[in-house]
Design a protein around this ligand. Structure first.
Ligand code: DOR
Ligand code: ZN
Ligand code: ZN
Length: 433
């Protein structure tokens, strides 16, 4: 059958540096198969997966085990994060050798209940990571302040949705971003701030960038497209860490993406069972929801609405993450990021997001259910192979996704070999005078 791309736009596939695929340990919520199928359906060709699985990805063995699960099942390319916690600072080099894409540090507590490192442990960790050149992604909220606020509001019987925002005031993120930036500046370790949700965090971000700190940051579609005005309508479904904030915050995040204070878009894809999301007390519902399948349609819809240009979307969904994690082909070179990871999108097609159709089959619940979007990926290719064709998953492509860390090492070796061959050819060629 002939392939016809008439009327479509060809974009690099999205690189989502923030997904939770739950395998091992919580595979009743999501697996590598379902999570990467959702990515393929959403035009995302590379995912970096978070370590709050069970066991957490805190040792070389845990990395090897997770990579095996991914290699056997993934539809799209992947990297896995290693955990940076209070009690595994001595494992960081071993994690690098086992092939992590970078580290994840939970400065604040969240799903999985992993121990947040003290500032001292973070400093020691950053000193060890700096020479490795890997980037550390931060859940930047201050655990101690958060716990104290939470207890106080609970004691006051404040279980209303807006108390959920109040319990995690953006100042806890401001403090954490500023502190992490100081540790990064001190040690030279690269950092990335996950899920920026508020206007207030942009100030320490911009200041750190102005000082030359190697810091990048993401925000997520839910912080751009939702606000406290949606709390009544969505109830506990909207619960996420950090929380969705005021309309003025969303406006500031759009501005941050436009002026470069924020580098990229990621999803914090956080699947939970629908019954775990539904709770009369919003504070007792699990945090997060699937996002990897809906990111591109939501953002392309925002392109159509004039919020950003298509070029800006390519910058924040693919170019910026590729550059930050060293997946971008060096000038004049073919490398990772140039191996035909492609989304073909129809900017004129309108679809209504239906949570019951999500490929995260155990977590079919979304705050974007019933939202009509214009701009939809129609075909996705990973390494030149279809993983979604005409809006259908290509089942045979299961297990075709590759570990980007391995591709990266291969392409480095290829470049060195090519350089050697070229040098030999040049040496053989007699100079003409
Ligand atoms: O909402 C969230 N869900 N925030 C996090 O930081 C963790 C995530 C999860 O793993 O469920
Ligand atoms: Zn987080
Ligand atoms: Zn997360």
């Amino acid at each position: 059958e002939r392939f016809d791309a008439t009327g479509l736009h060809l974009l690099p596939g999205a690189i989502d540096v923030h997904v939770h695929f739950r395998d091992p340990g919580y595979d009743y919520k999501e697996t590598w198969e379902t999570g990467t199928a959702a990515a393929a359906m959403g035009g995302t060709t590379t995912v970096f997966e978070m370590p709050n699985t069970h066991p957490p990805t805190a040792t070389a063995d845990a990395v090897a085990d997770k990579l095996e699960r991914a290699e056997a099942n993934a539809y799209v390319d992947f990297g896995v994060y290693g955990l940076l916690a209070e009690n595994n600072v001595d494992q960081l080099e071993a994690l690098a050798a086992a092939g992590v894409i970078g580290y994840k540090c939970f400065m604040g507590n969240t799903f999985g209940n992993l121990p947040s490192p003290s500032t001292g442990a973070m400093l020691e960790a950053f000193e060890r990571i700096a020479p490795l050149g890997l980037r550390t992604s931060l859940h930047a909220e201050t655990a101690s302040i958060m716990a104290w606020r939470y207890e106080r509001l609970r004691a006051a019987g404040r279980h209303d949705p807006l108390a959920h925002v109040a319990a995690r005031p953006s100042v806890v993120a401001v403090e954490a971003v500023a502190r992490a930036a100081i540790l990064s500046e001190w040690t030279g370790a690269r950092i990335h701030v996950l899920h920026v949700s508020s206007a207030a965090e942009l100030r320490p971000m911009a200041e750190a960038k102005a000082r030359g700190v190697d810091i990048t940051a993401e925000t997520c579609p839910h912080y751009l497209r939702l606000s406290t005005e949606d709390y009544d309508r969505l109830g506990s479904v909207i619960r996420v860490n950090p929380p969705v904030r005021e309309p003025a915050d969303a406006a500031a995040l759009w501005a941050g993406l436009a002026d470069g204070t924020l580098d990229m878009i990621a999803t914090d894809h956080a699947p939970h069972l629908p019954k775990e999301k539904h709770n009369d007390v919003i504070w007792d519902a699990d945090c997060g929801f699937p996002g990897v399948e809906t990111q591109m349609p939501l953002m392309l819809d925002s392109v159509n609405a004039g919020r950003l240009s298509l070029c800006d979307y390519v910058r924040i969904s693919s170019v910026a993450p590729a550059k930050a994690w060293g997946l971008y082909p060096a000038k004049g070179r073919i490398g990772v990021g140039a191996d035909a990871d492609i989304a073909l999108v129809d900017m004129n097609r309108t679809e209504t997001i239906d949570q019951n159709q999500l490929h995260s089959v155990n977590a079919r619940i979304s705050p974007f259910h019933d939202v009509a979007v214009t701009g939809v990926p129609v075909h996705t290719l990973v390494g030149g192979r279809f993983v979604m064709r005409k809006r259908r998953l290509v089942a045979e492509a299961r297990g075709h996704g590759r570990n980007v860390k391995r591709i990266q090492n291969m392409s480095k070796a290829n470049i060195q070999n090519a350089d050697r061959t070229l040098a030999a050819e040049i040496a053989k060629t007699p100079e003409k005078s």
